[in-house]
Each structure stands twice: as C-alpha cells, then as structure tokens.
Design a protein around this ligand. Structure first.
Ligand code: HEC
Length: 134
C-alpha cells in the first residue's frame, strides 16, 4: 500500500505543471509579478500590461461570492482567468479602464494546454495572497 501511495505521489509530481514556470515562459514578458507602484511607474514606458499582483488583487476584489465561501471564490476567480486567457475581450475585461486603454486587449494564450492554463491561473491566485500593489 505504501509503495502504491509513493508511486502515485511520484507520478503526480512528474506530471504536475508548475504554474510559476508557465508564468515565466508565457506571461512575464508582459506582466511583471510582484512590484511596487514606484518601480512600476519607473518602467511604465516599456511595460506592456498591468502587473500580476494588481491583476490578482483586482480579480479577487471584483469577483466575490455571496456567502464569502473562500473555496468557491477561488474556483470562480481561477475559472475566469482560464477563460479570459483563451478568449480575452473588450466585452468582459476586469482590469481598470486606464490600464485597458493604455495597454489594449491581451492576446489570447491559446498555445497553452488545459493543464498549463489551470496551473498558471492557480499561480496567479495563490502567489499574491496577502500581497498588495502599493
Ligand atoms: C503580449 C502581452 C501579454 C502577455 C504575453 C500576457 N498578457 Fe495578460 N494581459 C495583457 C494586457 C495588455 C492586459 C490588460 C488588458 C486586458 O485585460 O485584456 C492583460 C490582462 C490580463 C489579465 C486580467 C484580465 C481582465 O479581467 O482584465 C489576466 C488574468 C492576465 N492578463 C493573465 C495573463 C497570463 C496568466 C499570461 C500568461 C499565460 C498572460 N496574461 C500573458 C497582456 C499580456
């Protein structure tokens, strides 16, 4: 039994997709991760998207659920991120209007697999818990 559990865990870790790696390879060129407002503004001329810390907090503050169930809210935010990555749109973006007007709509990330989308969406949610863009 123990061997089976160990094997199962090993195979899970072999196949698990690393969300941070997906971010570094596919998102970082446009989205800085954790950055202060001052550092962000200092680089604004060459920046192509809002920083991930801001994106993460904004989605959490905007997509709330009625009974404050944290697991449901995490599911809702991660699902939104996954869908937005496949179909970014002027019709339902949630970043602020100033950022949207400055940067335009994000290109669809359709080259990513479902597992990569899931992993990076979870990373965007979890990485910036209790971190603020200030
Ligand atoms: C070519 C630049 C570029 C790349 C690469 C990119 N993004 Fe974006 N992203 C943007 C821009 C610009 C916006 C702001 C406009 C918008 O919301 O579409 C944005 C917005 C977002 C949003 C907020 C959506 C909303 O509700 O407005 C999320 C979440 C996001 N990006 C995640 C990612 C992730 C995860 C990746 C990597 C898999 C990624 N982005 C790659 C440019 C990029």
């Amino acid at each position: 039994m123990k061997t089976i559990t160990a094997l199962l865990l090993l195979s899970l870790s072999l196949f698990a997709v690393d969300g941070q790696k997906v971010y570094e390879e596919n998102c970082k060129a446009c989205h800085l991760g954790m950055v202060s407002k001052a550092d962000f503004m200092a680089q604004i001329k060459t920046i192509k998207a809002p920083p991930m810390v801001e994106v993460s907090n904004r989605l959490k503050n905007t997509l709330t659920v009625a009974d404050d169930d944290e697991e449901v809210q995490r599911f809702v935010v991660i699902s939104f991120i996954k869908e937005y990555l496949k179909r970014p749109s002027w019709n339902y973006y949630l970043c602020d209007d100033a950022a949207f007007n400055r940067f335009g709509v994000m290109p669809a990330q359709t080259h990513l697999s479902d597992a990569e989308l899931q992993a990076v969406a979870e990373w965007v949610f979890d990485e910036f818990e209790d971190k603020e863009f200030k």
